[in-house]
Design a protein around this ligand. Structure first.
Ligand SMILES: *[C@@H]1O[C@H](CO)[C@@H](O)[C@H](O)[C@H]1NC(C)=O
Ligand SMILES: *[C@@H]1O[C@H](CO)[C@@H](O)[C@H](O)[C@H]1NC(C)=O
Ligand SMILES: *[C@@H]1O[C@H](CO)[C@@H](O)[C@H](O)[C@H]1NC(C)=O
Ligand SMILES: *[C@@H]1O[C@H](CO)[C@@H](O)[C@H](O)[C@H]1NC(C)=O
Ligand SMILES: *[C@@H]1O[C@H](CO)[C@@H](O)[C@H](O)[C@H]1NC(C)=O
Ligand SMILES: *[C@@H]1O[C@H](CO)[C@@H](O)[C@H](O)[C@H]1NC(C)=O
Ligand SMILES: *[C@@H]1O[C@H](CO)[C@@H](O)[C@H](O)[C@H]1NC(C)=O
Ligand SMILES: *[C@@H]1O[C@H](CO)[C@@H](O)[C@H](O)[C@H]1NC(C)=O
Length: 316
């Protein structure tokens, strides 16, 4: 009896650390633009890309978690952009971007254009200039496996919250377009949400991008306890537990009953890209990358572990 309890306890710890590790390191999604050209090894494009990416990963001073730069002469110019989530500490931002430069070139060898997203940052590069352009695709979504009981009310409050945050983020100026906030449903349940645009967008473009994203709410996450829609120019995420670092909270040390700011709320689940809405439910299947271009189903985090974790989350 006692030993089975101990085993359970140990498993819980193990699973908890697995979930934290996942939160810190797992790539959420990457996309290699197969129709945007390839470069050959040892080409000038390759050299320019390497130069740009190494300057990015050795840049210990990424202002406001945003970086964009171009390098090289036409036709071998490379444009790159990196953005950290607005609440990311400088060291984590740096580490995330460093990792992203290494992983993206590994995942998308010889592709002129590629994208990668993590919890804490995103990176993209291309031979075409995209600074200041709102680009909604490629996009993907993820959702929490658990459902809310009061879906209609929940979605209504969530929509209002996202609209409010959209306005705040879009007004954020050219250095930072990021907002977090919470809303309470009948004083019993709180929704926490985060929205962000790349700061090179105009107010209007940021707004349009987030409108596109939240327009996918019914398809991606209707009735779900958590979810996100992520695109090159903007993203939103919501959960029923706080998952972002609150700059106004002065005690950053997590107490056992609270998720740590960097911990992933359990049971986030992968969606797809670019999703024909009717295919949304394929996201619940344990899937692999579909090699046909267009639709992908990615399951990166084992479903069972997450479901188990979410049932255990009261322990932590
Ligand atoms: C990028 O590379 C592709 C394929 O090589 C080429 O067709 C396209 O014109 C290039 N774009 C720019 C802006 O140079
Ligand atoms: C690229 O250059 C390296 C070193 O100069 C050489 O060893 C390698 O064979 C070259 N690769 C190709 C594909 O040309
Ligand atoms: C980036 O990561 C590599 C290995 O993952 C490491 O060797 C390098 O020191 C890191 N660079 C910075 C600036 O953190
Ligand atoms: C970067 O990669 C290293 C080694 O793989 C890992 O320990 C670290 O947590 C990663 N950092 C981020 C922010 O993902
Ligand atoms: C949540 O709702 C979806 C669709 O309504 C359903 O397919 C799924 O099984 C539900 N999940 C749980 C954990 O109840
Ligand atoms: C909810 O947001 C308000 C600001 O709108 C903040 O004062 C409060 O601390 C937040 N509540 C929680 C539980 O984070
Ligand atoms: C990077 O973006 C800023 C706006 O946020 C812009 O002023 C700057 O010119 C861009 N850099 C490049 C190399 O395009
Ligand atoms: C995003 O919204 C704009 C209108 O603001 C629309 O023209 C465009 O098709 C939308 N893009 C996607 C991918 O939904």
């Amino acid at each position: 009896m006692a030993s089975s309890r101990l085993l359970f306890f140990l498993c819980s710890i193990l699973l908890h650390s697995v979930s934290l590790t996942i939160a810190q390191q797992t790539m959420l999604y990457h996309f290699c633009s197969n129709d945007k050209g390839i470069f050959t090894s040892n080409s000038t494009y390759q050299a320019n890309l390497n130069h740009l990416l190494s300057s990015l990963s050795s840049n210990t001073h990424i202002d406001n978690g945003f970086y964009n730069a171009s390098y090289g002469e036409t036709p071998d110019t490379v444009n790159a952009m990196a953005l950290c989530r607005g609440d990311t500490k400088p060291e984590s931002c740096q580490s995330c971007i460093n990792n992203s430069t290494q992983e993206l070139t590994k995942f998308c060898p010889n592709k002129k254009e590629a994208f990668i997203w993590y919890d804490a940052c995103m990176l993209r590069y291309s031979n075409r200039s995209f600074f200041g352009n709102m680009e909604f695709g490629p996009y993907f979504w993820m959702y929490n496996l658990e459902n809310v009981t009061n879906a209609n009310q929940f979605i209504h409050v969530l929509k209002d919250l996202l609209d409010d945050l959209q306005e705040k983020a879009a007004s954020g100026g050219s250095l930072r377009k990021f907002a977090t906030g919470n809303a309470t449903i009948q004083s019993s349940q709180t929704i926490y949400a985060l929205v962000q645009c790349t700061p090179d967008l105009s107010k209007r473009e940021c707004s349009n991008c987030l409108t596109n994203a939240s327009g996918l709410l019914p398809a991606c996450c209707g009735g779900r306890k958590g979810g996100r829609v992520v695109s090159p120019s903007c993203n939103f995420r919501y959960e029923t537990e706080r998952f972002y670092d609150d700059p106004t909270a002065n005690a950053p040390t997590p107490s056992p009953s609270q998720p740590s700011p960097t911990s992933q709320p359990p049971a986030s689940q992968e969606g797809l890209i670019p999703p024909p809405p009717q295919a949304a439910n394929t996201a619940t299947q344990k899937g692999k990358e579909n090699s046909k271009s267009g639709t992908f189903v990615l399951i990166l985090v084992p479903l069972l572990i997450l479901q188990y974790l979410s049932s255990l989350s009261g322990l932590f």
